[in-house]
Write a protein that binds this ligand. Structure first.
Ligand code: BZD
Length: 821
């Protein structure tokens, strides 16, 4: 065996330069003189990987040979963002890189910019997975991220001349992708279809087709931990034998069809972030990556063993199910244990139960996946049998516990009858050890509403882990000026791996010198963003205005509509002379949001925002006072640029709908103040930063529930708010009368109709409270030192929202493991 060496601790810039030169020569085949920034990017990435290999191997060796249980984070999405800068930071190579670029005559920015951002996720859930694997490695916990290497990530968003969203494919693999290592020798076979037959008293699955799952490995270096974990993303390939079979029977072109179909499985990320469509391909994707991952884990932890003792599996790895997408893993592990390794049902169940846990990321009932049993039966007949048996066992268990019949009926995992279906959230809750929500309020509502029947029978399964974000990417890399100021203020940079140390900034909030410097950092970030936006989007932004930002997926419950109605209302007041524009705090409002391609009202909202921006930005009456910009194709890069430049962050979802939010944490940690409702993690942010440093408005969750009980959405109660509030009425009338559609009254009629007749998310009911809080916001902003002091206190008190802390909570409450020794 090769000697496993400790990670090389020091590499000079000269050595790193030589390494890059070598890569340029032997992998790129260019001289440094011929090289472009893109060549240097690829060569640098290869050099970083090379530098990490020893630590990566050592981490794997220690994981397999030690007795520290590993974490397998099963997620259909990992929204990683660009890798180079982050890998350099975590590997401790930032300075060497800067030195090397100087020596080679390249601008570091050009080289970093040459990377194409991988968009293998929709939003919060995918980005959370990326933050968690960063934290796992940084804490030194052995872990695998398991997912899919989609060929097409989340679509690229453009706007047409009418302001409508246009989706174009995101072929992120156009150029060389230097981070992933495709490992054809660690492939897995994933079967589909066919039937189950009885053979020698056993149920035997005879699949009809199979795809080859080929892993592509990404190194995940921890920050200063010397540990490097693995993100293993699977690609679907076809098996040649299938092609040949068809080829012999028919002709060549027909023979290619199965190959194309097999490879379709990892072709594209579904761009829906909340409404599962029950599509066959989606279930294929889910089973594909989960089956490959489970087999891979057994291969890794029982190397070369023909008859491994899998009763020890729960001591080797614990699988975290990131939402319901990987829940088919539960019947899959049962099948593997029983059919492939010959365990009896009860032993298999005990292993499975101990191995899985489930994180729920939503409260919207329509977001919980329910699969038609017929579809599962068609693709995975053996799994359907197992699911039915799990359901039977479950119902018997409930009966034995004395649970009432009607409750048992409600709790069915498998619903009988004509439209029989399988409820994945219920399967996950019963099949695993723990269920967690992603913020305190969310976990409470999960227990008390969404999964109430389950928590009444299994109260000990339920726990909370409030989300977090990685301070490495979202503070250090995104906001280097503020990071330097924090380090100066605290006299150490140890806060980057122990974010609670930010508390040391609290006394500095009363040091005018420090607060002034903090305000200067924000201003410099705003200037930078204005330049970035000019370069990238052609916007002319005045950095001496308040930067007010709302960036997140476009969804009705998040209420971008509330924000744009407020903008329209202010605009209307200026136009009608009701408000003297000189009395307003000059403001630039930013939106960033993608809408699911089939989500009609969300797409109308995008169109409206774009047209409000067009009208307002071209109206001399509001010049210098109110502007709206909607940079298209919101992604991690835009987030990293805009968050540090933001003064005021919008977290205005209807209370009880946003499970947690993680943007809210990034903003608070970058010294933006929040205007928000008591929803998701806003509640905890406000608790920590102090009510006096947070702009709260709007109905609470119980008030929202009471409104539904009154029939708000079913009896058209929103219209009363419209009739009673002239400012609201005027704003909606302007949308309806064609002010933002060149006089056309039809453009937004469905949106307007919805507001006036349904308004499920109670935008109109919260409008007045939202307008009122703006007055307070403006008054505060007029006192720059006061605002900056509040911002400092937001930063100082938000250390809790580090994903390192979230991971510590998972370790303690759910995974019961820790760092490698
Ligand atoms: O997960 C989000 C929630 O809406 C946020 O409140 C929360 O902060 C984050 C992280 O916990 N949920 C998603 O992002 N969900 C999806 O992206 C998604 C994707 C595919 C299918 C269903 C949901």
């Amino acid at each position: 065996m090769t000697e496993i060496t400790a990670p090389k601790s020091s590499l000079t810039s000269g050595e790193f330069t030589d390494e890059i030169r070598e890569q340029l020569k032997y992998t790129q085949g260019v001289t440094p003189e011929q090289a472009t920034a893109a060549d240097v990017y690829v060569a640098t990435a290869a050099a970083v990987r090379r530098h990490l290999v020893d630590s990566w191997m050592k981490t794997q060796h220690d994981m397999v040979n030690g007795d520290t249980k590993a974490v397998g984070y099963l997620s259909a999405e990992f929204l990683m963002g660009k890798q180079l800068e982050n890998a350099l930071l975590n590997a401790g190579l930032t300075e060497q890189f800067e030195g090397a670029m100087k020596e080679l005559g390249f601008d570091t920015k050009d080289v970093i910019d040459a990377e194409y951002e991988p968009g293998l996720g929709n939003g919060g859930l995918g980005r959370l997975a990326a933050c968690y694997i960063d934290s796992l490695a940084s804490i030194g916990v052995p872990a695998f991220g398991y997912g899919i290497r989609y060929q097409y990530g989340i679509f690229k968003q453009e706007f047409d001349e009418n302001g409508k969203q246009v989706e174009t494919p995101d072929y992120w693999l156009v150029n060389e992708e230097p981070w992933g290592h495709v490992d054809y020798n660690r492939d897995q076979r994933v079967n589909f279809g066919g039937e189950v037959v009885e053979e020698n008293g056993k149920r035997v699955w005879k699949p009809a087709w199979a795809v080859r799952a080929v892993p592509c490995d990404y190194m995940v270096p921890g920050y200063k931990s010397g540990r490097v974990n693995t993100l293993r993303l699977w690609t679907a390939k076809s098996y040649d034998e299938f092609d040949l079979l068809t080829f012999n029977k028919s002709d060549y072109l027909d023979a290619v069809i199965p190959k194309v179909e097999a490879e379709n499985i990892s072709k594209i990320l579904y761009p829906e972030d909340s409404t599962p469509q029950g599509k066959k391909l989606r279930l294929e994707q889910q089973y594909f990556f989960v089956s490959a991952s489970i087999h891979d884990a057994i291969r890794v932890f029982y190397p070369g063993e023909k008859n491994p003792d899998l009763t020890t599996l729960p001591n080797k790895i614990v699988f975290q199910l990131n939402d319901t997408h990987p829940v088919i893993g539960i019947p899959e592990l049962m099948r593997v244990l029983i059919d492939e390794y010959g365990y009896d049902w009860d032993t298999a169940w005990s292993i499975t139960n101990k191995t899985f846990n489930y994180t729920c990321h939503t409260l919207l009932p329509e977001a919980l996946e329910v699969w038609p049993a017929s579809l599962i039966g068609e693709l995975l007949p053996r799994h359907l049998e197992i699911i039915k048996k799990i359901n039977e066992q479950f119902m018997a268990e409930l009966k034995a516990k004395g649970v009432a019949d009607d409750q048992i009926e409600r709790m069915r995992i498998y619903t009988d009858g004509q439209d029989a279906s399988v409820r994945m959230a219920y399967l996950a809750t019963y099949g695993g050890s723990y269920v967690n929500g992603v913020a305190e309020l969310h976990s409470e509502l999960l227990k008390d509403v969404t999964l109430k029947d389950f928590s009444s029978v299994y109260p000990d399964k339920f726990t909370n882990v409030t989300n977090g974000v990685t301070p490495r990417r979202f503070i250090k890399l995104a906001n280097p000026r503020m990071s330097d100021l924090i380090t100066e203020g605290l006299g150490t940079d140890a806060w980057l791996s122990d974010l609670e140390q930010l508390k040391g900034l609290i006394p500095l909030a009363d040091d005018p010198e420090f607060v002034k410097k903090f305000a200067e950092v924000k201003q410099a970030n705003k200037n930078d963003f204005a330049a970035f936006a000019k370069r990238k989007y052609g916007f002319d932004i005045d950095p001496n205005t308040m930067f007010n930002t709302m960036i997140k997926r476009l969804h009705e419950y998040k209420r971008q509509a509330l924000k744009i109605l407020a903008v329209i209302a202010t605009y209307a007041d200026i136009k009608s002379g009701k408000v003297d524009p000189d009395t307003l705090v000059p403001r630039t409002v930013f939106f960033g949001a993608k809408a699911a391609p089939g989500y009609y009202l969300a797409k109308q909202t995008i169109q409206l925002i774009n047209n409000v921006a067009r009208v307002i930005n071209n109206d001399p009456a509001t010049k210098g006072k109110l502007h709206v910009y909607f940079p298209w194709n919101y992604n991690i890069e835009l987030a990293q640029n805009l968050i540090p430049a933001t003064d005021l962050d919008e977290q205005i979802s209807q209370a009880g709908k946003e499970a947690s939010g993680t943007g809210n944490m990034k903003f608070a940690l970058n010294g933006a103040l929040t205007v928000g409702t008591l929803d998701g993690a806003n509640v905890e942010i406000r608790q920590r930063v102090g009510a006096e440093n947070f702009f709260l408005f709007g109905m609470t969750e119980p008030e929202v529930s009471a409104m539904y009980a009154k029939g708000y959405d079913t009896k058209g109660l929103s219209r009363e708010y419209y009739e009673k509030d002239p400012q609201l009425k005027q704003a909606i009338d302007m949308v309806a009368d064609g002010t933002f559609s060149d006089g056309d009254k039809d453009t937004y009629k469905d949106l307007v109709n919805d507001w006036l007749n349904k308004d499920y998310f109670m935008t109109l009911a919260d409008f007045r409270a939202y307008m009122d809080i703006q007055a307070e916001i403006e008054e505060t902003y007029r006192d720059p030192m006061k605002w900056a002091r509040m911002a400092v206190l937001n930063v100082a008190n938000s250390g809790y929202f580090s994903s390192d802390r979230s991971i510590e909570d998972y370790l303690e409450r759910i995974w019961h493991t820790g760092a490698l020794k």
